[in-house]
Design a protein around this ligand. Structure first.
Ligand SMILES: NC(=O)c1ccc[n+]([C@@H]2O[C@H](COP(=O)([O-])OP(=O)(O)OC[C@H]3O[C@@H](n4cnc5c(N)ncnc54)[C@H](O)[C@@H]3O)[C@@H](O)[C@H]2O)c1
Length: 369
């Protein structure tokens, strides 16, 4: 088992991330994590609940406190305020108190929704994440961001609420469909790009899916450690946390433009990472061989790189609604070489150049921003 610790700005808040194959079969042994609660509220989605909910619920019952399972539909559509209301009302009905805990069993959708409910129920109770997708294991369960979507956009309502613990079982990924695993691989590749050339090179070496899964415990631990290093320095995304957005600005536009139907998050981020790097090669920030290696690794995991055709008015509409664009400056993460990230600033009115390769967009670079 690998145990990582994450300390955040909230007074005295330190939590542990436990990573081990098969750890979800041994939850009943973890008195240290689960022993202190008067009620467990297990939140999951229909698919994950069916596959893995039973064994988690049975083990929580062994701690002699009531367990209430709340199951939402699978998919992004569950991340909505209507479900928040249903969940917190149900929690009142079953008598959950400030000493109760929400256990989030699922991908990023369940994690964000459950984390948000935990952050507001009786002004905040504990949440323990049991992430079940690769994206949730390496990314969304760490760092304390929670939230739900509004009609007008994704993640527009949310909080920062650090978990009490995160328990990561790489064996749960065995039931994940290939496309959802590939989606998470885009984030894993991102960590290699921004922080670890060693991880990046390792990812280039897997010929078979089975070999990749075999090594998943180490790979996940490496990614989580990178994310912890970043969020410990910048809990609320004012500075260095921006490097985690490598590929995400362009990716977000692509996802939103096609209304989340044509491209998955990972595919859109893959295109974003490749396209921003192509631009930074043109700007003389990145060397050509890093771009070629990035293409190679994205191809290896079946992730796309080509910018889709989009009309400029549509792009503008999405880009200028992005909550990450403050004032007139856009902060973009670029990769000078594999394993190193840098933030560059771009004037808001120039941002369209990201989607028009012949323009020259970058104004100024800020190393270690
Ligand atoms: N809070 C953060 O920092 C953060 C970061 C990145 C993404 N997110 C959010 O995460 C969400 C996306 O998360 P996701 O990609 O995990 O999607 P998801 O939660 O919708 O899961 C994808 C699908 O996989 C299924 N699934 C989950 N685990 C499974 C398993 N072990 N076996 C079989 N099927 C399984 C789910 O039922 C679902 O159908 C988005 O809402 C995004 O905004 C949050």
């Amino acid at each position: 088992m690998q145990t990582l610790s994450c300390t955040t700005g909230q007074p005295d808040h330190r939590y542990f991330v436990y990573i081990e194959k098969g750890i979800t079969d041994l939850l009943y042994e973890r008195e240290d994590v689960f022993g202190d609660y008067d009620h467990f509220v297990l939140i999951t989605d229909k698919k994950v609940g069916k596959l893995h909910g039973g064994k988690v619920r049975r083990q929580l019952q062994s701690f002699n406190s009531p367990v209430t399972q709340i199951t939402v539909d699978q998919g992004e559509n569950s991340k909505k305020l209507e479900n928040v209301q249903k969940i917190v009302e149900k929690m009142v009905d079953v008598g959950a108190t400030r000493r109760s805990v929400i256990v989030a069993l699922g991908g990023g959708v369940v994690g964000d929704l459950a984390g948000f409910c935990a952050s507001i129920y009786m002004r905040g109770i504990d949440v323990i994440h049991l992430p079940t997708t690769l994206l949730a294991q390496v990314d969304s369960s760490i760092g304390g961001k929670t939230g739900v979507d509004l009609e007008s956009g994704k993640n527009l309502v949310g909080t920062f609420h650090q978990p009490k613990a995160v328990i990561v079982d790489p064996l749960l990924l065995e039931t994940l469909p290939d496309d959802i695993l590939a989606d998470g691989m885009a984030e894993v590749i991102k960590y290699g790009c921004i922080s670890s050339s060693k991880l990046f090179v390792r990812l280039l070496g897997y010929e078979y899916h089975e070999d990749l899964l075999e090594d998943m415990e180490d790979i996940i631990a490496k990614c989580i450690q990178i994310k912890i290093n970043v969020v410990e320095k910048d809990e609320k995304e004012g500075g260095i946390r921006r490097i985690l957005n490598f590929g995400h600005t362009i990716g977000h536009v692509i996802e939103t433009y096609f209304q989340y139907e044509k491209y998955t998050h990972g595919e859109a981020v893959a295109i974003g990472m490749y396209q921003i790097t192509k631009m930074s090669v043109r700007e003389g920030i990145t060397d050509q061989s890093s771009l070629e290696n990035l293409k190679l690794v994205l191809d290896t995991y079946g992730l796309p790189t080509e910018m889709p055709e989009m009309d400029l008015d549509g792009i503008k509409e999405v880009l200028f609604r992005d909550k990450k664009i403050e004032s007139d400056i856009l902060h973009l993460c670029v990769m000078p070489r594999i394993g190193k990230a840098e933030i560059v600033k771009m004037k808001r009115e120039k941002a369209m150049a990201l989607f028009q390769p012949d323009l020259d967009p970058i104004q100024e670079t800020t190393p270690n921003a």
